[in-house]
Every structure is written in C-alpha cells, then in structure tokens.
Write a protein that binds this ligand. Structure first.
Ligand SMILES: [Zn+2]
Length: 166
C-alpha cells in the first residue's frame, strides 16, 4: 500500500528557465494546491532532488528548505553532489528515497516516486518502491527507455495527474 508520494523537482514540478539556477523554476501548476490535495487523501508528500547546482555553486545559496516548506512538503532530501563525486545519494541511486522513507517511518515499498527521468524510476524500482513517469521535463524523451525496461510504469502528462491513480 502506498503511503508516501515523493516527487522529483526539476522537470517534474516545474521547468528550469536556466538549468544552472534552481531559483529559475517555473511551476507547471500550483504545487502547494496539488500537494494539499494529495495530503487530503491521506498520503505524505516529499521531494527528492539531485542538485548538482549546489556542488557547482549556482544553487549553493538557494533556500530549498523555504521552498519545500512553502509547498507543504512533509519531507525532502537533496543530493548536493556532482556526478563525479560518486556519492550514495545521487539518483539513479536510491539514497534519497531511503533517507526520506526512514525519516517518515515508512518502508521503501510504501513509497511512490514521480519523476521525469529514467534515473528517477531506477531510484524507486531498485529500492522496491513504485514509480510513475511524467512527460514534462525530460519525460517525453525518456519515455521509450523507461517503458522498455519497466512497461507497467504509469505515464502522466503532468505531476498532479498522480491524483487520478492514487
Ligand atoms: Zn549525493
């Protein structure tokens, strides 16, 4: 049974006008309202996001805590590393998901990850969680690769469509 929905940020909740700068995110719709609707159904809501912008400096001073709080997220986990750091948290590894699940006191199998990349799907599936792909961001580009490996993955036009399958 799914208890928690964990969203990727960039390309899933909104579009980055400038991919270097997390502050340039333009939400695809009212994120706070969408999160409230999901929470009203009894789910907890979180954000798990790779932010190499922090390692590169362009996101180092951005107030992610303030942003995720304003959206009403129950939990969030950020990978601040670059790919070259070879950390345990950067998706497609499952570190962010495992940390969020632990923080919420739920099992990975009780989590559903929503993201626009194969790396989001792998982060979930490799830890025993469920996953859904959105067609925003890189989703349209990654769809074929995702469905080839995981044909049962739900595909959503936009992240708030998750309400239809919860
Ligand atoms: Zn990391």
């Amino acid at each position: 049974m799914i208890k928690c929905v964990l969203f990727d940020r960039d390309g899933t909740l909104g579009e980055l006008v400038d991919p270097r700068y997390p502050r340039s995110l333009v939400p695809y719709c009212d994120i706070q309202s969408a999160f409230a609707k999901i929470k009203a159904k009894g789910y907890t809501v979180g954000v798990i996001t790779n932010q190499s912008s922090i390692a590169r400096g362009t996101g180092a001073d951005y107030d992610f805590d303030g942003e995720f709080t304003s959206w009403g997220a129950d939990i969030w986990k950020i990978c601040p590393h670059d790919a070259a750091d070879n950390c345990a948290c950067r998706k497609p590894k499952s570190g962010l998901l495992l940390a969020a699940a632990k923080g919420l006191g739920v099992l990975p199998s009780e989590c559903l990850v929503v993201g626009d990349r194969l790396s989001d799907i792998l982060c979930a599936v490799n830890a025993g969680a469920r996953a859904a792909l959105v067609l925003t961001g890189f989703g349209a580009t990654e769809k074929a690769a995702v469905l080839e490996r995981f044909p049962d993955t739900p595909v959503l036009a936009r992240f708030d469509e998750i309400l239809r399958i919860l």
